[in-house]
Design a protein around this ligand. Structure first.
Ligand code: AMP
Ligand code: MG
Length: 412
């Protein structure tokens, strides 16, 4: 039986980026760049003022101070968005506004607050220095420099700088289509009638949401009975996607056919069973370039194993150079006991208590207990070689919510 880390090491090489597509900036949020992007032009593109005030030659303001201003002749204005102004002559000052082009000859801005306008003249009440309040051409970014590196996530800031450069579309990694096939005689869909002994195929919904949250496109296939023919036909269809996930039917029961079905289709078996709780039975294989993962059917087993072993692969396929959840050490709110032998991923809520984060395991931790993923913030990774964890002990927490919000304002 593999440890979780061993399983990951075997699985991750199967999850590789698929190829590129060009997307408009409006579509690219959350994707990862498939190539470096170089600056097309200097940023800023021209010397400009960062304040409203007067463009001057700093030398002409030497000695100016409150009560003893130096008075310069007003030489027109440079308006934001206006044409490049004429050259600034010695002994003169030009009215200028934030973002407006600096006149040649000027080397500083005196902010409006340190001046008084007179008819055709302006009194300067502070000595300026070259470069003051000036945003120099290329000061943020030089033309040709790499401004975004391959693999980087396209977020609002990246989109802003691309737009500023006049770049309206970018090359990103394609989004994998992930087939989800649920197996089990007992399954019905939400809208189907409920004969005795049947349950709703909730995994299809939960897993599709996890796939979407991971940034990929779920393709939910109609669920199949525990029947070899039907299972094979559905698996064949699933193999037309970029990744195939199944759930259920991978354990040791008489009707657990998925492993055999994989073998019949030439899905090369990587391993079966991982030392993880919940979720021990899990089959990994691949057919050609397509990774195939048979997840266990118990709802928490399916979700936890997806989170631990599938999500990193999907993130890697999206070109994310940081495909794993970040791990933080968080103190346990109370003592926790478990059986040794498997890494347990405990569903927990994490909250600030007395100025520090504290992790509280949700009440139910059974592999079939759906309430134990409701309101979950983190999975606590409790080591397989230990049985007892004390209150206050720091344990590794993997935050599974992208946004960990707070009920109170951070500025209060
Ligand atoms: P299995 O892995 O097929 O042995 O199923 C283990 C448990 O998970 C059984 O109680 C199943 O009824 C339940 N289960 C299997 N598949 C699903 C599913 N798609 N949605 C909800 N529960 C499921
Ligand atoms: Mg089953």
């Amino acid at each position: 039986m593999k440890s979780v880390q061993e399983a990951l090491e075997l699985m991750m090489p199967a999850f590789v980026p698929l190829g590129l597509e060009r997307l408009s900036l409006a579509e690219a949020l959350g994707r990862h760049l498939a190539e470096d992007v170089a600056a097309r032009s200097d940023l800023p593109q021209f010397d400009n003022s960062s304040m409203d005030g007067y463009a001057v030659r700093a030398r002409d303001t030497d000695g100016a101070q409150k009560g003893a201003p130096r008075t310069l002749t007003l030489a027109g204005e440079s308006r934001t968005g206006g044409p490049p102004p004429p050259r600034l002559a010695e002994g003169t000052a030009m009215r200028i506004f934030t973002g407006a082009v600096m006149p040649e000859g000027a080397d500083a801005i005196v902010i409006q607050e340190n001046t008084t306008a007179e008819a055709g003249r302006v009194a300067i009440h502070e000595a300026s220095k070259p470069g003051a309040w000036l945003r120099a051409r290329g000061g943020d970014l030089a033309r040709g420099a790499t401004m975004l590196a391959r693999g980087g996530r396209v977020g609002p800031g990246e989109i802003g700088i691309l737009a500023a450069q006049g770049i309206s579309s970018i090359s990103v990694y394609r989004r994998p289509r992930v087939a989800i096939l649920s197996t089990g005689d007992e399954l019905r869909d939400i809208h189907e009638p409920a004969p005795p002994g049947a349950i709703v195929n909730s995994n299809a919904y939960a897993l599709a949401a996890q796939v979407r949250e991971a940034g990929c496109d779920p393709v939910v296939l109609p669920n199949v009975k525990d029947d070899m023919g039907a299972t094979l036909a559905a698996l064949r269809e699933g193999l037309t996607c970029d990744v195939l996930l199944t759930c259920g039917g991978v354990s040791v029961g008489d009707y657990d056919l998925v492993k055999d079905a994989f073998a019949k289709l030439g899905i090369e078996a990587g391993f079966w069973k991982v030392r993880i709780k919940p979720g021990k039975p899990l089959v990994f294989g691949r057919r050609g370039a397509t990774p195939v993962v048979g997840l266990p059917g118990n709802p928490m087993s399916a979700m936890v194993t997806f989170e631990a072993l599938v999500r990193p692969g999907l993130r890697a396929m999206l070109g994310d150079p940081r495909p794993y959840r970040m791990r933080h050490a968080v103190p346990l709110a109370g003592a926790y006991r478990h059986a040794a032998g498997r890494l347990e991923l405990v569903r927990a809520q994490v909250a600030l208590a007395g100025g520090k984060l504290t992790a509280t395991p949700l009440r139910l931790q059974d592999s079939g207990s759906l309430p134990s993923w409701v309101g979950v913030d983190a999975l606590l990774a409790l080591a397989e070689d230990r049985t007892t964890f004390e209150a206050g002990e720091l344990v590794p927490a993997l935050f599974v919510r992208d946004e960990t919000g707070s009920p109170t304002s951070p500025f209060a």
